[in-house]
Design a protein around this ligand. Structure first.
Ligand code: MN
Ligand code: MN
Length: 466
């Protein structure tokens, strides 16, 4: 074995290095990551909408001993509560040993994902085919949503006020739905348009049937037959679509990717890949020093507005409510609090290297990405995390042996994006973005690496238990 040169020794001492987590993780951690991801895959298959994720998480929390938050009760260290925000967002909270005067540790992720929402009046017939009109939700590349199997998820309120759950296209033997596309033989005009104009938003119509009612003929007989079948199955009439939230999502299941099964392909990694690890971390941090607050929110993909999004008052009010149980003011708790805004970042894709600054890009398998700032065109609309807080989180992850890397969302002026970080930061909380790198983000089938999912769990747990 030859001696290291002085240059090699100096390089080791001075240069930053971010390695594949397989080289740096603890013994057995690859197996632990694989096992952890089996639970994550179940979560992905069960939770394709924010309502499903909120309900699933609430049921898990109740099993873990969480009870509904009562603003008039008093709580002691270790008490666990949940707060349900209109069935679309959820807060899990474990009271800490320290007073809330010392602040809370908040992990905030989102559980909504891009998809195709049915319009309030969706069903029509054309050329003896029945179709649904849609309005897409979030940032999608429209061409990716044609010619793939779609499942229908959501709820419908009937005229009498009763509610029915819809989930069709997921079980063995279920029918699925599809947005049709042009054949290559006849797409000369379509193919000459720019990618983002090839498929018009108004053309994301979903094929739902083709047989008429009866044999007598007449107008809209296919539509009538489909409405009759929907009525038989769900007890709803056409007008009930108005009081519904029905969403078309990819019908795929979460599956392993690669000969080594090191990655997971699925719909909705953004941002369930942060939500699930944060939930499990919250369950396991049973006796935290500081009060832990785990938020899974709705509406991030459309800008966090609306009363179930983090740009609304629900987090601020929840903090004020838990502060009140200790005779404190919400603003004093917020000022002393810290938050990991848990959201995905773009993974470096070797097929498309030009959009990244390789020195500041996130790579699959190098652990969780600590993103100092997001935004676009000169950091516009960003929470630019304070150096003091970056230093603290860096030391926290290092001492907990969490593989982490830095990452920026693409090259300067290549595009950009945002997260919930700025909304939490606007409340006076210290915030930084931390999450999992994703390939094909916002596609119907996104890719993450299992080691990164596990490191997210490990990182969130270290944060809640500090
Ligand atoms: Mn996201
Ligand atoms: Mn997103």
């Amino acid at each position: 074995m030859c001696e290291k040169t002085q240059a090699e020794i100096l390089k080791e001492e001075l240069f930053a290095k971010q390695e594949h987590a397989a080289y740096t993780c603890e013994e057995n951690e690859i197996a632990k990551a694989d096992e952890f991801c089996e639970g994550y895959k179940k979560f992905l298959d069960a939770c394709k909408t924010e309502r499903e994720a909120a309900a699933y998480t609430k049921a898990l929390a109740i099993k873990e001993g969480y009870v509904e938050f009562d603003p008039n009760a008093s709580y002691k260290a270790g008490d666990k509560v949940y707060y349900d925000i209109r069935s679309k967002a959820l807060i899990l909270c474990t009271f800490g040993e320290e007073s809330l005067e010392k602040g809370a540790k908040i992990v905030a992720s989102h559980i909504d994902s891009p998809r195709l929402d049915l319009k309030p009046n969706p069903l029509y017939e054309d050329a003896e085919l029945a179709l649904f009109k849609t309005h897409y939700y979030g940032g999608i590349k429209k061409y990716q949503w044609t010619a793939i199997p779609l499942a229908l998820h959501g709820i419908v309120y009937r005229r009498d006020g009763s509610c029915v759950n819809v989930r069709l296209g997921e079980d063995e033997g279920d029918p699925v739905f599809v947005v049709t596309d042009l054949l290559p033989h006849l797409d000369k005009k379509q193919a000459s348009r720019p990618l983002d104009e090839a498929i018009a938003g108004e053309n994301l119509n979903i094929l739902v049937g083709s047989r008429p009612f009866g044999t007598d003929g007449g107008s809209e007989m296919v539509k009538l037959n489909i409405m009759k079948l929907i009525n038989e199955k769900y007890g709803i009439i056409e007008e009930d679509f108005l009081s519904a939230e029905l969403e078309m999502v990819p019908a795929f299941k979460a599956v392993d990717i690669g000969f080594d099964r090191s990655m997971i392909g699925s719909y909705g990694h953004d941002d369930r890949v942060c939500a699930y690890p944060s939930i499990i971390a919250a369950f396991e941090a049973k006796a935290p020093k500081y009060t832990s607050v785990t938020v899974i929110t709705d509406k991030e993909e459309v800008g966090s507005d609306g009363n179930t999004g983090l740009n609304s008052a629900f987090l601020k009010h929840f903090i004020a409510d838990i502060a009140k149980t200790q005779g404190l003011e919400g603003r004093d708790v917020l000022r002393a609090s810290e938050c990991l805004s848990a959201d995905v970042n773009a993974g470096f894709d070797p097929t498309y290297p030009s959009v990244h600054d390789k020195m500041n890009a996130a790579f699959l398998n190098k652990g969780i990405v600590v993103t100092k700032y997001t935004g676009s065109r000169g950091k516009s609309s960003t929470n630019d995390a304070n150096a003091e807080f970056m230093a603290k989180m860096r030391n926290l992850f290092d001492s907990a042996k969490v593989a982490w890397q830095t990452g920026e969302l693409g090259k300067v002026d290549e595009g950009g994006g945002g997260t919930v970080a700025k909304y939490v930061a606007n409340l006076g909380v210290e915030v930084v973005d931390v999450g999992v790198p994703v390939l094909s983000m916002h596609a119907p089938f996104e890719v993450v690496a299992k080691l990164d999912v596990y490191m997210a769990y490990k990182g969130f747990k270290a944060f809640l238990e500090q």
